[in-house]
Design a protein around this ligand. Structure first.
Ligand code: COA
Length: 219
């Protein structure tokens, strides 16, 4: 009798990002193909518009989360934009993109879950996603989390009502962020060391890091 098991999805720490990551974010977004840009922004954003979007990000007001490979290239990024509308003061909009070669590893879904947890901890009561109706993957991520989908022709709005934060969401976020920051620092040190050695491959990271690095097939 053969037992079918789904291969485990690779472990990828998600960290919060800041203004120092703008250039990496531009590189990630301009590498998206025309269809992905259309799905992400709702219009066929050109490189100048992408640069403008990234330059205009307000890291004081909004939150941005990312997944990096061991070369510190950004594989996936999510933007949680808090509403400034008096009609919806406790709302936030979620937008995400995953590099084409890193899809299907659960990064999109995990960034969504991370944003939900963070939004709850920030007191957000409603998270929404504006997606094209053809965007089945994004809409399935939203629907799986319990979102209400409201379709209006070629566009669909997903609304997810969030429960208040609790001890678990607060501690989980703190621990996940610490882990991700440590992972990022390790990768940065490794990269600096590699440069020092003139680009030679550096091997034998500590076991835990090695497991993580190997999980990133493009790392
Ligand atoms: C949408 C997007 C972020 C998904 O990223 P991803 O990392 O590939 O998605 P995940 O691996 O987390 O998959 C999420 C779920 O969708 C399912 N899924 C993946 N590909 C699918 C497909 N082609 N059709 C239907 N479902 C699919 C997965 O099975 C998974 O569900 P599961 O966990 O129950 O198995 C990515 O495709 C992307 O960047 N698209 C372009 C930009 C975009 O559309 N952004 C969203 C608008 S804001």
């Amino acid at each position: 009798m053969s037992i079918h098991t789904t291969p485990p999805k690779p472990f990828a720490p998600i960290r919060s990002m800041g203004p120092g990551h703008r250039e990496r974010m531009v590189r990630h977004l301009v590498a998206l193909g025309p269809e992905d840009r259309y799905l992400r922004f709702g219009y066929p954003a050109g490189d100048p518009q992408i640069r403008q979007y990234v330059a205009g990000l307000n890291f004081e007001r909004d939150d941005v989360f990312g997944i990096f490979n061991r070369r510190l290239e950004l594989l996936a990024v999510a933007h949680l934009a808090y509403s400034s509308s008096p009609d919806c003061p406790s709302c936030a909009e979620f937008g995400v993109s995953v590099s084409a070669h890193a899809r299907g590893r659960g990064y999109g879904k995990r960034l969504f879950e991370r944003a939900v947890m963070h939004a709850r901890n920030q007191g957000v009561e409603m998270m929404f996603i504006h997606a094209l109706s053809e965007n089945t993957v994004m809409l399935s991520i939203a629907a799986q989390a319990g979102s209400r989908l409201v379709r209006d022709g070629s566009e669909t709005e997903a609304f997810l009502r969030l429960p208040p934060a609790n001890f678990d969401t607060l501690v989980s976020e703190l621990v996940q962020e610490q882990l991700a920051q440590t992972d990022y620092r390790w990768k940065a040190q490794l990269q600096a060391f590699r440069q020092l050695l003139g680009g030679a491959e550096v091997s034998a990271p500590p076991v835990a890091s090695r497991e993580r690095s190997e999980a990133h097939t493009d790392a």
